[in-house]
Design a protein around this ligand. Structure first.
Ligand SMILES: Cc1cc2nc3c(=O)[nH]c(=O)nc-3n(C[C@H](O)[C@H](O)[C@H](O)COP(=O)(O)OP(=O)(O)OC[C@H]3O[C@@H](n4cnc5c(N)ncnc54)[C@H](O)[C@@H]3O)c2cc1C
Length: 277
């Protein structure tokens, strides 16, 4: 088993997009629909295509971007004056729709809360709650992490906490030719279980929902608790995304179960802040 964070990257420039809609889809998710005229970065991608998302801080009157190509974006961003430098965070595309003159992209933001105060924390989660149609963002395409070539003809097992759920949906919809697809999906509350856009084999993904229902429980903890009961796809492909201690635990469990090297992969999407322990 290997931990893989490498991506297939289609090189593109930092691109300006506009918020078309902001919708609270369930208690822990706000869906932001973005639009722009140039659909180039989204063609032929699907799966878990992810983006660097540049957003305006609340004290910034307008959005400034590290304009230019993917190469060197970080240096350009670092060199921006602190007063105008945007917040940058990583997000997955849940869905893409094409029209004659524009493209629409859905991104699902987890509204995560401080386990002690209960307040919404994180600049991106807070932005998702306050943004409005017409607001601008910058996006930089980062390509795919899921390796579809390893899924062909095989039994696929997807594991994700809430941050990985949008990616699982898009993977399931993009995947064709897998022998079977199972998903173990962890969400904060019962109300966060929602209809999925999986169209794999006409919606044949076998889904097991796990719910924490405890503000103090760390995301990923329900999957970690369920690991001893998981049946691994012996010659298949397992892929896990979410909180780092969960993805590490999945990696270890799959190794112990004897999953062949490279056929079980993980990507840590976020880590708890050190201050919190
Ligand atoms: C490739 C990739 C794809 C991703 N796709 C998505 C996606 O589609 N949707 C999505 O919501 N997230 C996604 N993430 C995770 C997202 O980038 C992080 O959760 C990010 O830290 C959120 O930024 P923030 O400004 O809200 O919080 P930050 O300012 O980064 O963090 C503030 C505090 O909140 C904690 N924290 C951060 N995220 C969470 C969380 N989810 N739950 C609980 N506590 C948290 C931090 O540890 C810190 O203490 C993805 C990450 C990667 C690497």
């Amino acid at each position: 088993m290997s931990s893989d964070t490498s991506s297939v990257i289609t090189r593109t420039d930092v691109q300006r997009m506009r918020v078309l809609a902001a919708t609270q889809v369930c208690p822990s998710f706000v869906r932001i629909t973005l639009t722009c005229a140039d659909s180039t970065p989204f063609h032929g991608q699907g799966f878990d295509q992810w983006l660097r998302l540049f957003i305006r801080r609340e004290d910034q009157a307008k959005l400034s971007l590290p304009e230019g190509p993917c190469e060197g974006w970080y240096t350009r961003w670092q060199k921006m004056d602190e007063a105008i430098r945007p917040v940058v965070r990583n997000y997955t595309i849940r869905d893409v729709r094409y029209a004659a003159n524009n493209v629409e992209v859905d991104i699902d933001f987890v509204i995560h809360r401080n386990p002690v105060s209960g307040g919404v924390e994180g600049l991106a989660a807070q932005w998702a709650l306050r943004t409005w149609p017409g607001d601008e963002v910058g996006v930089l395409n980062q390509g795919l992490i899921f390796d579809a070539s390893r899924a062909t003809g095989r039994d696929v097992l997807l594991l994700a906490d809430e941050t990985g759920l949008p990616g699982v949906e898009s993977i399931a919809r993009s995947l064709s030719g897998a022998a079977s697809v199972r998903a173990i999906l962890e969400v904060p509350t019962l109300q966060d279980r929602r209809p999925l856009i999986d169209a794999v084999s006409g919606g044949q993904m076998d889904v097991t929902w796990l719910t924490r229902d405890d503000l103090h429980a760390r995301p990923g903890s329900a999957i970690k608790a369920a690991l001893p009961q998981i049946t691994w796809p012996a010659d298949g492909y397992a892929y896990a995304t979410g909180e780092i201690s969960m993805t590490r635990a999945v990696q270890k469990a799959a190794d112990t179960a004897g999953m062949p090297d490279g056929q079980a992969r993980t990507c840590a999407y976020w880590r708890p802040s050190r201050k919190r322990g």
